[in-house]
Design a protein around this ligand. Sequence first.
Ligand code: AZF
Length: 445
Amino acid sequence: MVQFPEQFRWGTGTYSYQVEGAAHEDGRGESIWDRFCATPGTIVNNESGLVACDHYHRYAEDIALLKQLGVQMYHFSIAWPRIMPTGRGPVNQLGLDFYDRLVDALLEAGIEPFATLYHWDLPQALQDELGGWANRETAYAFAEYVDVVTKHFGSRIHNWLTLNEPAVTAFEGHEIGIHAPGARDVRLAWQTTHHFLLAHGLAVPIIRANGDEKTRVGITLNFTQLDPVSDTPEDVAATRFMDGKMHRWFLDPIFRGAYPADVVKHLGDYVPKTETGDAEIIARPLDFLGANYYTRSVIKHDPTAFSEYPSVDVEGVEHTEMDWEVYPRGIYNMLTRLHREYAVPRIYLVENGAAFADAVNPDDTVDDPRRIAYLREHLLQVHTAIAEGVPLAGYSVWALLDNFEWSEGYRMRFGIVYVDYPTQKRIMKASGHWYQKVIASNTVH
Ligand SMILES: OC[C@H]1NNC[C@@H](O)[C@@H]1O
């Protein structure tokens, strides 16, 4: 049994496009994910976030679940297309009204809102008019949107995350093409990474100016344990590059003020175009780093590869429904690395969880022992990292609800609460009841 620190905060989360639904309600504008999902063949079963978990209408019920869990914090994202339906200019009051209802209900429940300003649902109008994140102008449009939102919520929301997982939306959305907007252009993908980081840096002083003495600002980056399939120089170099692409390309400009030289060298003339002053904007000091961890990838050299090296499947070890290896030690490695190599002032673990093939029993319960085991093993590693001095202030399990898992649609269930989509009925899974006890006791057995 391990005891977590006295002030340690426990949470869970969702994100706008994955749970809200109400895609055509109350003035919400079209997002690039609405458009992407409408393209046949992009999403399993051609599903979309049009209805999702109907959280837009059921948020009060979902907050009651948060209260039942006993969480101290709740991660959610604000949908830019609800606030500014065309991405710039006119503000949609009904969009602000929804998040007013959500935030006020969270505060009433004694739950700290942790708001992410952008989780992938770019207004389609900006994709049409500017080319989306390919265009530097979109970073400035983001800053305008952030000003509107933080002016409105700055006295009630004190923990802000500018972006969630920019690496994923940059590369899966613009290089691999399995995420919105579905581009397949290596040069474009790397250029978007710079515009995401610029957008982040532009937002930081705006959030602070519109906040108060309690306002804290961060960004959430995703981390995967990366190991070479062998110790040959080629496999080791391929792994080092992927660590650069997925991790150091974002950590270094934010915490060290420059892109990692080895990746810049590798990219050659594919390196993103930047402007004087960008590096200082991106490196503006943060109060904390949000970090997501799920799994390990074992990387293999490929002579034909340039920007993406393949991973190999590891036989004989547990995998989740996403075919992700269960590798708890990786969360310890990530946390201690951030502390050791980047001296991050404070860290919140924003996402950690697993998709398993959950099913409802005849008595309306859901047994998910594999998720309990996954969470327990990762939390034991988290505790070890804290004991070694990592400034981890809180942990949030992904996710509160089963939800729209992007290109996988609804077949992947990450929730500690089961969602029966045809009826929208919520059922707390065994892992939810287990997590409730962890929070109440602040210990993991
Ligand atoms: O794949 C699980 C999660 N990963 N991070 C971003 C979220 O939107 C995903 O659901």
